[in-house]
Design a protein around this ligand. Sequence first.
Ligand code: GAL
Length: 993
Amino acid sequence: MLVALLSLFFAFLWHSRAKVVTADPPRKTNGYTDVVTWDNYTLWIYNQRVFLTGGEFHTFRLPVQELWLDIFQKMVAAGLNHVSIYIHMGLTNPAPGVIDFDDWRAFKPIFDAATLAGIFVVWRPGPYINAETTAGGLSHWLTSEIAGTVRTNATDFTEAYIPYIDAIARESAPYQVTNGGPIVAVQIDNEYDQKPTHAEFFEHLQRQYRKGGIIVPLTYNDPNERESFINGTGAVDLYGMDAYPQRFDCSDPKTWYPVATNYHAYHTRVNPSQPWYMPEYQAGAYDPWGGPGYDACALLTGPDFEDVFYKHNYAANTKLISYYMLYGGTNWGGIAFPGVYTSYDYGSPIRETRQLSDKYDELKRQNMFIRSSPEFRKTDWIGDSSTGIPGVSISSADAFGTLLTNPDSGTNFLIVRQNDSTSTASIAFKVTIPTSEGSIMIPLTTDSIALDGRQSKIIVTDYHFGTHGWLLYATASIYFAGKIGDRDVVLLYGSSTQSHEFAFFLPPGARVSSDLSPYVQVSSTRGKGTASVLPGLVGLVTVVETNSLLILYADAVTAATFWAPPVRDETPNAIKGLETFWQFGTNTTVLVGGPYLVRNASISDGVLALRGDLNASAMLTVFAPSNIFAVTWNGELVDTMGHEGGMLQAYVVASAHLQDGIDLPELKDWKYADSLPEIKVDFDDSDWVVANKTSTNLNVKPLFGDGRVLYGCDYGYCENNVIWRGHFEATGSETAVNLTIYGGEFFAASVWINDQFAGTVYSRDEGANQLFTFPEGSVVAGQDNVVTVLQDNMGLDEDDNEKSTRGIAGFDLVGGGNFTIWRVQGKLGGYLSYPDKVRGLLNEGGLYGERQGWHLPGFDTSSWESRDLSEGLPGEGAGVGFFVTSFDLDLPAGMDIQLSFQFEPFNEQPYRALLFVNGWQYGKRAANVGPQTRFPVPQGILEYNGKNTVAIALWALENAEVSPMLQLSVDGVFDGGVGPIATVAPTYSEVRG
Ligand code: GAL
């Protein structure tokens, strides 16, 4: 009884500590809906203030529908609450009048998976997206078919995008949050410039979305601080700005640019009545052909970068943030623009293989804190070390602090970093800061607050959690705070090489843990405890444990092994349709330490059912409501032990495959066929398209020749390899052909005169001029001679250069007459009638073997000669050949096994190769450019229980020996995964009829 009375008394104290609640400012709406609104602090969804935190993921870069759930679940597990998704117009609207939502282009599976995972969506369908994709996402056909300038109100451009936007709106409007779906905002276009001529396009685009029933806020992404379309101009509801402070050169990954120091000032000056929104903030970088590779990008933007730069954004009071890319994926087929290669791994927190990295851990530490801290959603920016912070002083000038205060609870968030944000030296200091108990100088018992080089911390005072939980202050960081069962729970963490301190409300009768670590000292006086954590602590420590309170502490690495999956159960007061989204419904959770990943949890009849992944056997440490007595892991009951006061331990045994590894077949028994019959004397090209246009909408007009336009896009061949054949009646005096060829940066083009090789041009630029000398005796006087040009199209450019020229911009026969006829061949059917509707527009190119369908599974190669891939082309001449083989896999179910195709190490051999896996072009290798040698291919493209076909289109660029090697290789083996994955691989007869 006494205890009950005392706790009431302390509860009263707790409440009286919290300041008088100030009213929220009036919310603003766009006039279309009150479901998603905003004030100057944050977005509101229904009546909940939301710190929108998430990241970018492009479903088109992972064309296996089942795996979208994997990415979404991994995002939610890191504490994120939204995913930002670009849609690619070029893939969805591949030809005039054709809108394609079939297969991996479908929207419903995206929204279903997002709903299942409980993640909101910021939808970014363009039409322009940038995204390092061909033409920045604009449809290829419109680059050549319209005369007007793209992304303006030119009539032909307007007519070109209306059907696309209408279809987007039609397919996505039902999935807005207003209808119980996940979409909370729609961004129109991307990084659009606010020039006078541009406003009309933007307004029209906006009206088109509205007409189609999009009622959630329309948002805008400004590239840098340009103040474009701000404060409702151009009919955009919410302004946002993107930033990539380390830029995109990963070759010197330890050298940093410093933080931008004016973010808060900028926001205050330009749109203080809206929340501070960063629709894209750097989470990695793209890597160009010949670049240092994505591990370098992951290092450049590593956990230390996240620590300093992301917390710096919080210090600017940013409350809507999306990290670009959270998961990058793969530029399979012709998805890439010329500035990137097949991998779009991006050095992201979730790697291309879908594995979690150390960057994921840091992202998770920060976002678990954000998710756990309602008081952090509404903060006023009080001041920083450059302006001075009322009541706060920091004892070292090497430290830079920014104070945010929640006006309702009085909670302070002091974000500290080093004054020189790039410094690698360590510093230490004390902080004087106001609290509900007056001004205090912290730490009190340990010597100082330490910051390592490139480290940042959020120091809190008067931080409340659960029903009565309260921290007077903490120099340790908060990983998780909330309510588990009847207890107020907080898990704090800090670096194991530093000391940390926190003071907390200790309810009457509560005692500090009896088996406290020697590294933790707790003193208590009158309802308050102070914990000092000494350097050296590794692992989890229970500091205080009562029926109503649980205070845990762990080192930073151990903390990140904890998961807090939202627990789904019946919620009487949840908003209909939104029960599954975090922050809606019950907010019930548990803490689970140990496994590689926890995907979800549910509770029924005292049993906690966990689903997740293991990379090894693991001891689970579970904090759950006290009535939980058993735990299942992926449906199997596990032995639990030490069930005491809501903590269970359970040992989960991983499958034997994790130890024994996975056996993979060798790639052998290759079959070979020549894929360049076009250079044969008797080759008949009479059914090819005649290239005889004399005008073009593309951006380089013919430079020399006779005015004929030799650009693939003008003839429907806008993707991948294109082959040209120029005929001339020879006099015998022709000595060379002078060609200017455009293929995009890092393209190559090989030239033959009749069946003789005349050379290859390589270019780091978009186009190049070269003289191709005809070898002795290669020209035959008095008859038809043919110049054959095989060229790459590396993708179309972005940034107002979408109408990229890809083809021959100048041609001249040296010492001779004129070309009589030019013919062109690209992907079978061009963009108007390509046959492979499933894999889509960008999968195939114009190599002979591709036109014949040799890359497709089921094509019969039994009559082909046997030839090992490592032998290269017969005769060691420049040319193109197809190598095809097949292999069986029989991989265990209930696992997530990640595989790659591994070429030989970088060796500068003069070849290019396309890798086709079950018909999907899943790799483009430029062996003499690099850097990519390893090509991850997901399950669903690969068939894990059956036959697989792999084809290599080998283009030898010189008369020289090349010897490609290829093997299958394991990236990772995990128990768990998302369940069955169907392979989508239409066969030769299905595709070619
Ligand atoms: C941004 C752009 C994105 C992407 C990014 C770099 O400016 O909005 O689409 O291109 O740069 O990866």
